[in-house]
Design a protein around this ligand. Sequence first.
Ligand code: GDP
Ligand code: MN
Length: 396
Amino acid sequence: MNIHEYQARELFEKFGVASSRGKVAGTVEEALAAGKAAAGGKIAVKAQIHAGGRGKGTFTNGFKGGVHIVDTPEEAAEIAGKMLGQTLVTHQTGPEGKLVSKVLIAEAVDISRELYLAILLDRQTSAPVIIASTEGGMDIEEVAAHSPEKLMHEPVHPLLGLQGYQIRKIAKALGLTGPLASQAGKLFTAMYKLFLDRDCSQIEVNPLVVTPDGRLLALDAKFNFDDNALYRQPDIVAMRDKTEEDPREVAASEYSLNYIGLDGNIACLVNGAGLAMATMDIIQYAGGSPANFLDVGGGATQEQVAAAFKIILGDQNVKGILVNIFGGIMDCNVIATGIIAAAKETNITIPLVVRLEGNNVAAGKKTLAESGLSLTGADDLADAAQKVVAAVKKAA
Ligand code: GDP
Ligand code: MN
């Protein structure tokens, strides 16, 4: 799960990570009021979307930049008016972009240096790692690709926590000395506590800035949370903005289905993540292109199967469906009954290829055969993939 920058700043405030003052606005009037509240110096107007690269982004109406620095509250309101209700395209949104329904109006600070700081979970060491760089404000993937020596990796022992010597090492690498080093100590410690307390899988601050008057501030933040820990993070769940998420994935999560939308045209409904991956591979191998990853899990109910089917059919790109069930735990007849219920409800008109194998398979096949549903049976995975790819090509 992700959150917006303005929500990230609320968490920063709660945990004592220094940032610039800001307020979120959903209308031009709110932007004007927030601008007046922030007035005194320059004002930053920042489009709120779940994607980075906003500064260099372009709106589909031609307006350039999702981050603007202006002089007066009136100008801030004017810029907010050009952003709100518009679609912003950045290198992270994909060409379709993302709708801006809120802007952050923040005190714009002067910047002497832009740094980079992130805490992530490192799968290799199964521990948190802090990544720091003096190359802030840039695309960090570029830095990693062209000058990896400018990225510092500091693993944190999960039981010992972030140690004083590590804080000093990171501060030194970032060129933070004197009073800035003690601010760095406070900021790193607070950020690490936030990372643990809120079950984050990533906090990325880019840029972390040094101001001419000697302050160290987190000016932009991107968060990722561990979805499996959300049950114990009610205040994080409350920050979820479903309009930012793929509607297919939102629907799937309501039924506890593991679904990831892709841009191919052959949908797959599979039990087990490994089998789902293999199914996607073999569709590709047979010359097709998968429309999704979908694992209904080992203990799927008839309702979940029906919901999965509806999500698949709600996708306009889907031109064929491959159901691949290997019933170990899963009862093939439950799948068959779910497919029939959903197919009848949705009036399916596209080719449907079903491969059932395993637990109670005879009953499952019988249920499908007697349903009157037009579908193609398959004996094994390769056969199923070839059949669905051929059927989709024929229909096209
Ligand atoms: P992103 O483009 O989505 O990563 O959005 P950021 O919040 O990182 O803003 C992009 C760039 O705008 C930053 O790298 C800064 O250079 C600049 N910027 C953002 N906030 C401020 C500010 O308060 N003052 C100044 N001077 N520049 C800012
Ligand atoms: Mn940024």
